[in-house]
Ligand binder design. Structure first.
Ligand code: FMN
Length: 300
């Protein structure tokens, strides 16, 4: 079982993130090859030799790397068959302004949509400001971008904003997906219909645009995972040997509590819940919002 991590990187931050994911996957006993599309052309990389593929691209001038786009388009059919993940690296994701972070997410989603590839695991990571590596013009541009994000920076030093815990969490989710697909190959087609929303994304979308939309997240709780599913009616677990026992309904709070007794290492991040009603969502307390996302699928 071997994974492929493909990335493009201009100043090395996406590469560092790819290396970190590689190390984290090794902790899950999942070896990977880490390949740079700048050094290896997309047509040269034999994706069919791998069981799972993870792709990372930095954002420059609002665009993701064209070589990554080519790689995805070139291997689209195969990528749809296997467990995959995508991460985007940008400064906007490091912004103090929620709007900027949302914009980074929107651009990443738009990029994926344009390639027609839906990786089940996706996240946007904050990148770095590496003034020491920029020429004069780039420095001015980057200084402006940083200012727009609410950061006062100096040319004298480099800045790294990447949240490494979030990167580890991403790698863990990917490992869970790979394990799940290995154990139950029949689930693969289902995974390709799912999307793992990032924390903020799922919440914001629900609360601002369509209050009746689905909102799913889980809170890590000392090795156990509790999933909060706001709904007013019943919700159903997707029956799967991976998911374990869940579902307890709290009608008073109008929150569904999904719980699995499996250990994290066994893959209990994979909670699958299907929302069955479209009634308005209840408000969530701040403490409940800081959860981790879970697998979800709606009947919309
Ligand atoms: C020339 C240039 C343009 C950039 N444009 C954007 C941008 O439009 N939006 C953004 O959020 N970040 C932008 N960034 C920030 C990069 O996404 C960030 O520095 C990231 O860490 C780069 O990853 P890399 O080192 O792997 O290339 C830009 C960086 C450079 C150097």
């Amino acid at each position: 079982m071997r994974n492929l991590i493909v990335f493009a990187s201009h100043e090395g931050q996406t590469e560092q993130i790819a290396e970190r994911i590689h190390r984290r996957l090794l902790e899950h006993s999942m070896p990977s090859d880490v390949l740079d599309v700048v050094q290896h052309s997309a047509t040269e990389i034999q994706v069919e030799a791998y069981d799972a593929v993870l792709i990372g691209s930095p954002m420059h001038f609002g665009r993701h790397d064209p070589r990554i786009r080519f790689f995805i388009e070139h291997n689209l059919a195969f990528l749809r068959e296997i467990p995959t993940a995508f991460f985007s690296v940008s400064l906007a994701s490091a912004s103090k302004k929620r709007k900027e972070r949302a914009e980074a997410e929107r651009l990443a989603n738009e990029f994926l949509q344009s390639t027609q590839w839906i990786p089940p695991v996706m996240d946007c990571f904050a990148g770095a400001l590496k003034y020491s590596k920029y020429g004069w013009l780039k420095r001015q541009i980057m200084h402006r971008i940083a200012q727009r994000s609410g950061e006062e920076t100096s040319f004298e030093q480099d800045y790294e904003y990447t949240d490494w815990e979030r990167v580890d969490d991403f790698a863990d989710r990917f490992a869970t997906l790979v394990r799940a697909c290995k154990r139950s190959p029949e689930l693969r087609p289902r995974f390709s219909e799912m999307r793992l929303p990032t924390r903020e994304y799922s919440l914001r979308r629900v609360r601002s645009k369509r209050r009746t939309a689905n909102l799913y997240h889980v809170v890590a709780n000392g090795g156990r995972l509790n999933g909060w599913v706001p709904h007013t009616g019943a919700f159903r677990c997707m029956k799967s040997p991976l998911i374990g026992r869940m579902c307890a309904k709290r009608s008073r709070t109008k929150l569904g509590l999904a719980r699995t007794s499996r250990k994290r290492s066994q893959g209990d991040l994979l909670l699958g819940v299907k929302q069955q009603t479209n009634k308005p969502l209840p408000k969530l307390a701040a403490s409940q919002r800081n959860g981790m996302p879970i697998w979800c699928r709606t009947n919309r």
